[in-house]
Design a protein around this ligand. Structure first.
Ligand code: PMP
Length: 360
């Protein structure tokens, strides 16, 4: 069996033990005589999987009791539209903090439904940083402030969530469960599962009851959060197999010492690569300012394009997958999500050092 060092940005690596368990249970799930894929979503066996996944998420992330947890479809991209459709009236205003491509996309959807103001400090800096303090217009009542906790493409991350006087709506797609969450000021948080949580197909949404209470009732049934809250994400057929695998990933996270354990490991992995970047500034140029460096997406380029191309070719030859930067920024991006091992990160850091020695 071949398992490569997988640094894909999403979908991305899953823990091998989880994949092996899926294989073991694939055709006969715990004596039911069928695969989870073949089960009714109304069956007791599936409901147990569904409820356990929610309970594990709540426990691991310390989600307060006044939050509902939803398993939806449509990816984080559908949340970009569902959020303002439900929570931003035509006379209301939301602030979007632009910290990368994904927050820009979120803001573009919100414009269809209400007023949008933006904090574009990071954009002005070429998305190398996140704001030290969110800038909000005076005298405007803000329905919510939208932030992206980790910027997958640029490799920047908020070390701490910003403090604002309005509820935060957070796109946690690329760093959910990679570190603890301070829920104090959160109204909604959402994330596609395919980076840190499991396979693609399920999107996790956390909504606070007091925020939900102000949802617009006049939206299509499937696009209204109250529909899914009332039916515990079983209004229609949920992505059952993806939710099952997510549950297994959550068990695995628990075994790694929970979110604290995972966060320490993620710090260590990212530190291995940033150390090499800092040690050879004549070779590697990190994209993110040090204070905003992401623990899950390490972005950098080499001193010139030709060397970058050679580096990427050499990485491919050595079976490192997913190292090419996003097409909108170029360079290199190494995604070190939860399931990427310290050994994988160590092998890549060593490769980076070897590359310097070979091309000095
Ligand atoms: N937000 C962020 C921060 C992302 O990284 C991504 C996907 N890379 C998205 C949103 C879009 O997610 P999806 O493909 O699940 O719609």
């Amino acid at each position: 069996m071949k398992r490569i060092d997988n640094f894909n940005a999403g979908p991305s690596a899953l823990p091998l033990s989880v994949l092996e368990r899926v294989r073991e249970e694939l055709v006969d799930y715990q004596g039911t005589g069928m695969s989870v894929m073949e089960m009714s979503h109304r069956s007791a066996a599936y409901e147990a999987i569904h409820d356990a996944a929610e309970a594990k998420l709540r426990r691991l992330l310390n989600v307060p009791d006044d939050f509902r947890v939803l398993f939806l479809q449509g990816g984080a991209s559908l949340q970009f539209a569902m959020l303002p459709m439900n929570f931003l009236g035509p006379d209301e205003t939301a602030l979007y903090v632009l910290t990368g491509v994904w927050s820009e996309k979120a803001a573009q959807e919100a414009v269809r439904f209400g007023h949008v103001v933006v904090d574009d400090q990071a954009k002005a800096e070429g998305y190398t940083d996140v704001p030290t303090q969110v800038m909000r217009p005076a005298d405007v009542d803000l329905r919510y402030v939208h932030v992206t906790s980790n910027n997958t493409i640029y490799g920047t991350q908020w070390r701490e969530l910003p403090v604002t006087d309005s509820p935060l709506v957070i796109d946690m797609s690329s760093d959910i469960l990679s570190r603890p969450v301070d829920w104090t000021n959160v109204g909604v948080a959402y994330a596609g599962a395919q980076k840190n949580l499991g396979p693609s197909g399920v999107t996790v949404v956390f909504v606070r009851d007091s925020f939900l209470a102000r949802a617009n009732g006049d939206v299509p049934t499937m696009l209204g959060y109250p529909t899914h809250v009332k039916q515990r994400s079983l209004y229609n057929t949920p992505p059952t197999f993806a939710i099952y695998i997510m549950g297994l990933v959550l068990d695995w996270i628990e075994e790694q010492g929970g979110v604290e354990g995972i966060a320490a490991r993620n710090r260590e992995k990212a530190g291995l690569l940033y150390r090499v970047i800092d040690e050879y500034p004549d070779f590697y140029l990190g994209h993110a300012k040090e204070r905003a460096r992401s623990d899950v997406n390490v972005t950098f380029r080499l001193r010139d394009d030709e060397l970058s191309a050679r580096f990427l070719a050499e990485a491919t030859k050595r079976d490192f997958v997913g190292v090419k930067g996003h097409r909108s920024v170029g360079g290199c991006r190494v995604s070190l999500y939860n399931a990427v091992s310290v050994e994988s990160a160590t092998r890549f850091a060593t490769f980076m050092e070897d590359f310097v020695r070979a091309h000095r």
